[in-house]
Design a protein around this ligand. Structure first.
Ligand SMILES: C[S@@+](CC[C@H](N)C(=O)[O-])C[C@H]1O[C@@H](n2cnc3c(N)ncnc32)[C@H](O)[C@@H]1O
Length: 336
């Protein structure tokens, strides 16, 4: 069974974040005979293995490095990306707003780089099931390599389906069998009908979307089905603070915008609360022309080039191979 939360002294195969001179960060995977070479000297991996998490180790030049296992939020921010990731601030809020619980059956699309998959896998625990859909196989490759790199192996609670959610969800999940659905894609409205079919009554659909125009379109689509509670939309802003002596103030910089969250709950078959009926009958306030305007370019979705994407796949797979190899060296990558 996958060790979702490695702990104890550092072992071969562990990823370690080293903070060296001048706060410079290096992330390494501990290998038998491995060494970190910098212009400050050489740090042998064997000096880290067996030390407790949070230790200070010294390289051949006498320079000190703080060694910590990367938190999930550190890992997702530094892993290879095919597509834009869900940032930790949004992932945390998604887990709460979509009510992801241990043992849940969760559907996610698209997988992109696998950042949200890692948070979802952690939240559903060993008894849950995550079904992740991705229509581009290169992105699915990056995501799978990233998940394997972080967890040391592919968790048996995870299934990745390559294909369009609208076509594949009815094949992969029976009617009313899914507890939660999280959509992170350009056009979530194209998938709402199959999501409504797959969700259990009372189940939650959550869409993470980048622009206000997409937000409005998916909200109207969800309303018009008459199959969900009225959708609720939020955005999450986190402002860091500088806290040092008497200099206590907000940080000068922050991540201002990533995306919006919109959630709704599946009604029981045939249930139609009065407010839902009223809204479903209302004429939409957008036209076909508006619909045509919601193209990837119009909403600022930047496409990655094929060459660049192939490089990201290679980087992610190299990291996963390293993690697997080192876990093999260790010979005990599973726990009871
Ligand atoms: C922004 S990325 C997802 C990022 C991911 N949540 C993460 O945290 O790494 C959006 C992904 O959705 C995929 N996608 C878009 N529409 C889809 C659909 N209908 N079915 C499956 N995948 C889809 C795209 O190929 C892309 O990889």
């Amino acid at each position: 069974m996958t060790d979702l939360r490695p702990s104890g002294p550092f072992r071969l195969g562990d990823r370690v974040q080293l903070t060296g001179p001048k706060g410079r960060l290096h992330t390494i995977t501990l290998r038998d005979g491995g060494e970190l070479h910098t212009h400050h000297g050489v740090l042998k991996h064997e000096f880290i293995v067996g030390q407790p998490d949070g230790s200070v180790v010294v390289n051949s030049g006498g320079h000190e490095y703080l060694a910590l296992r990367p938190l999930l939020r550190d890992f997702v921010m530094s892993m290879p990306r095919g597509a834009a990731i869900v940032y930790p601030k949004d992932a945390a809020q998604i887990l709460a707003a979509a009510d992801i619980f241990p043992g849940a059956t969760v559907v996610e699309a698209g997988v992109g780089s696998g950042a949200l998959s890692l948070w979802l896998l952690r939240a559903i625990g060993q008894a849950g099931k995550l079904l992740s859909f991705e229509r581009r196989d290169e992105f699915a490759d990056v995501a799978q390599a990233n998940v394997e790199t972080f967890l040391g192996e592919r968790p048996d609670t995870w299934e990745v389906v390559v294909g369009d959610l609208a076509e594949q969800l009815p094949v992969a999940a029976g009617s009313g069998t899914v507890d939660r659905v999280v959509l992170d894609m350009l056009a979530p409205w194209e998938c709402i009908d199959v999501v409504a079919e797959a969700l259990t009554p009372g189940g939650v659909v959550l869409c993470y979307i980048a622009t206000a125009t997409q937000l409005s379109r998916v909200a109207e689509y969800i309303r018009a089905t008459g199959l969900f509670t009225d959708p609720e939309a939020t955005e999450t802003m986190i402002r860091g603070w500088h806290v040092e002596g008497l200099a206590v103030r907000p940080d000068h910089r922050m991540v201002a915008h990533t995306g919006f969250l919109i959630t709704a709950r599946r009604l029981a078959p045939g249930a139609m609360p009065p407010d839902v009926r009223k809204r479903a009958l209302k004429k939409p306030s957008y036209s076909d022309v508006d619909v045509e305007a919601w193209t990837p370019g119009a909403v600022g979705d930047r496409e990655i080039t094929d060459k660049n994407l192939r490089k990201r796949v290679r980087d992610a797979q190299k990291a996963a191979d390293g993690a697997r190899l080192a876990a093999g060296d260790r010979g005990d990558e599973t726990v009871d």
